[in-house]
Design a binder for this molecule. Structure first.
Ligand code: HEM
Length: 133
């Protein structure tokens, strides 16, 4: 991680910059703020320890991401591509290296996919009897 420019200072900056943009985003902002109003500082700390735990395998984060998202009102599957696009744009602006951007994107995409499956997976959509093509 050091070799590609990722350290705690960068993670702080990434989280601050990204959630600043999330809040200003017309679709993402209201969904986050409805849940986190009055609790933003805690969320920012949590996200810093989350990314730091993933990047440095530090064990600093002990939360449960799937549970944390289950009660978020108006969280719909179409918001995930928007989240990822905003994260990519943020990394384009501030990532210390192309490798750092690639690592953060690959990790976020994997987690987004896994969250989407846990939150929205509907076995009926995979029913072969209902497949048209
Ligand atoms: C549109 C997509 C997303 C929305 C609207 C969303 C929204 C939220 C909200 C509102 C919370 C705060 C929950 C609470 O404390 O009450 C939260 C927590 C969190 N989110 Fe997301 N999120 C999204 C995508 C993601 C993705 C892609 C990741 C992973 C890279 C992620 C990682 C986390 C983590 C680690 C927490 C903290 C969980 C805990 O409490 O330990 N989220 N998210």
């Amino acid at each position: 991680m050091k070799a590609i420019g990722v350290d705690d200072a960068f993670i702080d900056r990434l989280v601050e910059t990204f959630y600043g943009r999330v809040l200003a985003h017309p679709d993402l902002g209201p969904v986050f703020d409805a849940r986190l109003s009055g609790r933003w500082p805690e969320h920012m700390e949590k996200m810093k320890s989350f990314w730091s735990a993933v990047a440095f395998r530090s064990g600093a984060y002990g939360g449960k991401p799937v549970q944390a998202h289950t009660g978020v009102s108006n969280l719909t599957p179409d918001l995930f591509p928007k989240w990822l696009a905003l994260f990519a744009a943020t990394l384009d602006d501030i990532a210390p290296s192309p490798e750092a951007k690639a690592w953060f994107m690959a990790t976020a995409e994997r987690i987004a996919k896994s969250l989407t499956l846990s939150l929205f997976y509907n076995p009926a959509l995979d029913d072969p009897a209902k497949k048209t093509g």
